[in-house]
Design a protein around this ligand. Structure first.
Ligand code: ATP
Length: 443
């Protein structure tokens, strides 16, 4: 075909040095093996849009697994092959992940094969993708390095900010693409193409969402809940009647929307402080989604999402834990730091953040925020070993004394090691005093 324009400068500009070098090296290796190698999918889309994305997706015309082994070897990386699908995941020591796929399974390049034939394998692979914007590829073999391949008008659709399917049966083929369409639409001001909207409507109306395993829907829903702005996605899903098609009780009504907003606020706050700490964002939104459902409905929704019963139980138990936290906090007139720690220390970060989002009063919010920023990592100035050294035996008394010291430290009654030591010594004297003379020390 006609050679595409070169986006070599974009690769240089957008990719970190190490990835750029890796792509070049990968192209050279592919060449020596007689394979054609392409960078494809979301990373190309995002590169063209000048958005950062480090998920490297490669397609090999040849044998993807053999290629992945060679590439992995060259970079001292771990390779996890999937022989059946001829795919592999390469994990580089620095944490970069590379997905390798094979353009056509039965294809092996013969010496002297026609380039047109080879190229059609890539085209076939790309033609199975969800939306035009995801169908671009960049050639990586040395002679073509940096050539942009765009068979389906992706550049035009990116310019027009349109999400378009490749053919009219796309949502019939895979209804989970309906959720993907909304997810991509609500990023960076895109909108669904006119034709694509009507295809969504027909597919939803025809009940196609019921034709795929719930798990697939759950997977896509979880991705939506991890997006920058899940609320806009949910509004759109509601508008397109997708939510009720998933489950009749899944209604994005005003209370659910408010719960989502509260989660979002809390997460924005958390992210400002902790940019790196992992938090399962989708789980918080999932708690918000099921907040006012009764337990049977939660289980039914779990079924619609193909969750195992245990997972639905986990969700319900988290919900219960959050409620217990709220009850206990509300039952105390004033909450000492040590009491807050007692209430919160067994909860997961997600449960704490969710409870924080649910709390209306500023004073409760303050307690949650201080817990997250300070108390959850608090270590008292004295250790069990120190207590052993002054004569405690390793038993319940030691544990109780440590806990008491921690509480008093948190509440500001003990300030430092010396204070803690003095307190421990007085406790020790008391426990010794309780024993009658001549009684051997308890072990
Ligand atoms: P993100 O920026 O969210 O990572 P992505 O485009 O990388 O977006 P993935 O869900 O990781 O999205 O999918 C990787 C690629 O696989 C996409 O570019 C898409 O073309 C293709 N793909 C994923 N799911 C489907 C599907 N259901 N139908 C067709 N193609 C799909």
């Amino acid at each position: 075909g006609v050679p595409g324009k070169s986006v070599r400068y974009l690769l240089r500009e957008r990719m970190p040095e190490n990835i750029y070098e890796l792509l070049k090296k990968a192209g050279e290796l592919a060449e020596t093996m007689g394979f054609h190698l392409f960078l494809v999918g979301g990373i190309v889309r995002d590169m063209v849009m000048r958005v950062n994305n480090l998920d490297v997706d490669l397609v090999v015309e040849g044998d993807g697994v053999v290629f992945a082994r060679v590439l992995g070897n060259a970079f001292g990386a771990k390779v996890s092959p999937h022989e059946k699908y001829k795919t592999a995941v390469i994990r580089l020591p620095g944490g970069v992940r590379i997905d390798v796929a094979t353009a056509r399974l039965e294809y092996y390049r013969m010496p002297g094969a026609f380039p047109e034939v080879e190229e059609s394998n890539l085209k076939l692979d790309l033609s199975r993708r969800d939306f035009t914007i995801n169908t671009m590829a960049v050639a990586l073999n040395p002679q073509r390095f940096g050539e942009l391949i765009d068979y389906f008008g992706a550049q035009r659709d990116i310019r027009e900010k349109k999400i378009r399917v490749l053919h009219s049966l796309s949502f019939v083929e895979d209804p989970s693409r309906i959720l993907r369409a909304v997810r991509f639409e609500k990023r960076r001001g895109f909108s669904l193409g006119k034709q694509t909207i009507s295809l969504v409507s027909s597919a939803v109306h025809a009940g196609f969402l019921r034709n795929i395993p719930g798990r697939r829907i759950f997977h896509e829903m979880r991705q939506i809940l991890q997006e920058e702005d899940p609320i806009r996605c949910m509004d759109r899903l509601r508008e397109l009647k997708v939510l009720e098609a998933i489950h009749p009780d899944l209604i994005f009504d005003e209370p659910m929307r408010e719960a989502f907003h509260a989660v979002r606020e809390t997460l924005l706050w958390f992210r400002l402080l902790y940019t790196r700490e992992k938090v399962r964002v989708w789980f918080l939104y999932f708690l918000a989604m099921t907040e006012s459902m009764d337990p049977q409905t939660v289980v039914a929704l779990g079924d619609a999402f193909g969750l195992r019963r245990e997972d639905a139980e986990i969700l319900l138990s988290s919900r219960e834990k959050v409620r217990e936290i709220m009850r206990r906090m509300a039952s105390l007139p004033d909450i000492l730091p040590s009491q807050a720690v007692d209430i919160l220390e067994k909860a997961s970060l997600e449960e704490i953040l969710y409870a924080m989002s649910r709390s209306k009063s500023a004073s409760f919010k303050k307690i949650f925020s201080t817990y997250v920023t300070t108390w959850r990592n608090y270590r008292p100035p004295i250790s069990g070993r120190d207590l052993l050294a002054i004569g405690f035996s390793g038993n319940r008394e030691l544990g109780a004394c440590l806990k008491e010291i921690r509480d008093r430290c948190l509440n500001g009654e003990i300030r430092d090691f010396a204070g803690a030591l003095a307190f421990a010594q007085s406790r020790l004297a008391e426990t010794r005093g309780e024993r009658s003379p001549g009684e051997p020390p308890r072990v």
